[in-house]
Design a protein around this ligand. Sequence first.
Ligand code: SIN
Length: 495
Amino acid sequence: MPSIQPLSLDHPALLRTRNFIGHAWCDGLDGQHLEVSNPATGAVFASVADSGAADAARAADAAHAAFPAWSRRTARERAQLIKRWHALILEHREDLARIISTEQGKPLQESRGEVLYGASYVEWFAEEATRISGEIVAEAVPGRKMLVLKEPVGVVAAITPWNFPLAMIARKIAPALAAGCTVVAKPAEDTPLTALALVYLAEKAGLPAGVLNIVTASRANTPAVVDAWLADGRVRKITFTGSTPVGKHLARESAGTLKKLSLELGGNAPFIVFDDADIDAAVDGLMASKFRNGGQTCVCPNRVYVQAGVHDHFVARLALRVAALQVGPATEEASQIGPMINARAVDKIARHVEDAVAKGARVVTGGERVRLDDGPHYYAPTVLTHATPQMALSCEETFGPVAAIFRFTDEEEVVRDANDTPFGLAAYFYSNDVRRIWRVAQALETGIVGVNEGAIASEAAPFGGVKESGYGREGSRHGLDDYMHTKYICQGQLG
Ligand code: SIN
């Protein structure tokens, strides 16, 4: 039986350790367990079900059986249930934030922000559910009516990452339910507890049996779960946030049943500061976008390009701010940078910094691991200058608190360098020249561009990438559209 060591919550019932399938909390069929560890120390503090293909199939059975009734409910009824779920998320926000910080390592202040961020998608899609509408096409042939309907795609499999254990699953489940789809979900192996708590609240909100199902699985068993859904023709859509190699695997393997796909994959975001920028605003924007979640987001700037005329001034101001960041345990109020997710993540950051320094980068601040009393998985917030395209950090996502500064001289050169990557999720730039703003915003090959703004994500905006950062959008009306297909009805013989 999976278990949890005491984690102090106002509502301990939020700590779930079993799968939720149909309307029952159940162990995995073969009784294996997945251990959940504290990211700072690697010490195990919980164990949940480690599911396999048979559990995935049971979840798909339940979701498939629930689909006809759920999809026929009125949009208003679905919206009311999702709103109730939203209210419960807000009611339990402090507990949810504690669970996020404990299993993911995000500082409490940020976890509270993540709960509100995730909840904003739930509220948004509850409201959007009531605005789904089709079209009546102007008569092309006398006596014929042509109508366009939007219909839910069917059963959706949601596969989510560890870096936003609440927001990423919320922004997949909420539009799916709003559209009338049913869901099977698998959260990341590092952070299953937040997702289980969220599903528990959906159950409390009164979601009917089988509409939302969740199975947890280890890294070793995840392929069995996902392959079961990939091969299952009843699963009509996969929505995934994670790495580009896994996204490509899903695209290849879902071709057998031609599923609809939404893939939010890796990024390698450029952040450009032009000579004409407001430097204080640019430093604020980089602090907000680069150091959020310790640099562990897909939209974190990975390459910071600063024009020669403001380079030294920008670096000096940035270094002061970065050196002042408080590194500490996620559950302490004062912490601003928590532990990285695991030892592999810290090793990758250290490898990137060592490689950069060996190739000529200079460390302005940070540049080393930090060992705190509660564990070894911390890395000092870092600023490097003299970065070049030959360094690993210029072509691989570092996913850590490292700002690597590249000096540039002209606009054409920096746009070319910024686009010189297979990825295209987000880009940012700072400039006060209105003509340049339009030129550069249009020239950047990404799905999202922040212009004089580092905090770009919103439930009201379409989030997603181009090139090898994937396709599909989350948030906004586009995020709902991705869970529906278009049906054309042609009625003839009308005289
Ligand atoms: C991500 O890192 O994939 C999501 C970040 C966000 O929603 O802002």
